[in-house]
Design a protein around this ligand. Structure first.
Ligand code: HSE
Length: 346
């Protein structure tokens, strides 16, 4: 079965998916009978290219690596913006990997809505639409018999939604607590080793963990956005983001971290969401956890989430929360899920 993909955004994450599509081509046919054809790519900075018969992903990656704009890519149509690409291309699936705007969720939310209105499935790692319009988009997808995959919005390819949907079916999730931001976890770990805050932040930026505006990380807003997504999707409650207490790591000192450790504790930036009597509350803040707590042992840029459920008690999953291939892996998994869901309904 062939799926035609249209990419909106071709930054690190979009390029990762192209690389994966190339490298996994044989396995995808052998194991799932899937072939992906990239028909359109549009990017605010890197230009656009459309060929209804399919583009060569290797040539696209080489073109971008050479520093050339996609509007100069020959043998295809150029100059299509995101909306024209979504509305007029012959793609079956929109890969929405444009930049994340957590404040308004745009233009990504419009892209996803438009794709679902035009009969296209969606896979995305963009937190904006899930944060601001999860219910609306989920209902639209269901109404139009389409799939929307968003595993990569929380913990990149480390399974969160897939774990809940596949392995914890029938469980009621009563609490979620986790380290949802790699940059801050990295900084806290480095500060524990004696590094100062600024140097640790710089290292996180150099390594590519931090957001383009690192305030989002260090002030807890990235973790908050992910907590709200978890609340929307898992608890089915749309919390008012402005009312959720949110504290970052900007005030912690090396001395406080060292003293906590001497007493058997570690500071972690923890996001928690709790359901009690159908009332859902959430918060993001520094917590002094005993060293025996599973979240206490999470080091470097890794992320972790503990789910508390009525039937299973506590389950903690640990893994990368960011990074090129892990985020590309989330998209690939979402695409394979679309194939499984649509093959079932044929
Ligand atoms: N800046 C984020 C982090 C990247 O550090 O976790 C993934 O959302």
């Amino acid at each position: 079965m062939e799926y035609k993909l249209a990419f909106v955004g071709i930054g690190t994450v979009g390029q990762a998916l192209l690389e994966i599509i190339i490298s996994k081509q044989d396995e995808l046919i052998r194991d799932y009978n899937i072939q992906f054809s990239v028909v359109a790519i549009t990017d605010k900075i890197l230009g656009s290219v459309y060929n209804p018969d399919g583009l060569n992903p290797k040539m696209i990656l080489d073109h971008i690596s050479a520093g050339k704009n996609l509007d100069e890519f020959e043998g295809a149509e150029n100059g299509w913006d995101a909306l024209k690409t979504i509305e007029e291309s012959n793609a079956d699936v929109l890969v929405e990997v444009s930049f994340t705007d957590v404040t308004a969720g745009e233009p990504a939310t419009t892209h996803v809505r438009k794709a679902l209105e035009c009969g296209k499935h969606v896979v995305t790692t963009n937190k904006g639409p899930l944060l601001h319009a999860y219910n609306e988009l989920h209902e639209l997808a269901t109404k139009n018999n389409l799939q929307i995959g968003f595993e990569g919005t929380v913990l990149s390819g480390t399974p969160v939604f897939s774990l809940l949907n596949s392995c914890l079916q029938g469980n009621e999730i009563t609490e979620i607590k986790g380290i949802l931001n790699g940059t801050t976890n990295y900084i806290l770990c480095e500060m524990e080793k004696g590094l100062d805050y600024q140097t640790a932040l710089q290292q996180a930026q150099d390594a590519g963990y931090a957001e383009a505006v690192p305030d989002l990380d260090v002030e807890g807003k990235d973790a908050l956005a992910k907590a709200i997504i978890l609340s929307n999707v898992v608890m089915d409650v749309k919390l008012d983001i402005s009312k959720v207490p949110c504290e970052g790591i900007t005030n912690i000192t090396n001395e406080e971290i060292a003293e906590a450790l001497e007493n058997g504790f570690r500071f972690k930036l923890v996001a928690s969401i709790k359901k009690e009597n159908n009332d859902v509350t959430a918060s993001v803040g520094l917590k002094k956890l005993p060293l025996s707590d599973p979240l206490s042992g999470i080091s470097g840029p890794a992320n972790a989430v503990t789910f508390v459920s009525d039937l299973m008690g506590e389950i903690t999953i640990v893994g990368p929360g960011a990074g090129k291939l892990p985020t590309g892996s989330a998209l690939l998994n979402d695409l394979i899920n679309i194939h499984k869901a649509t093959s079932r309904s044929i």
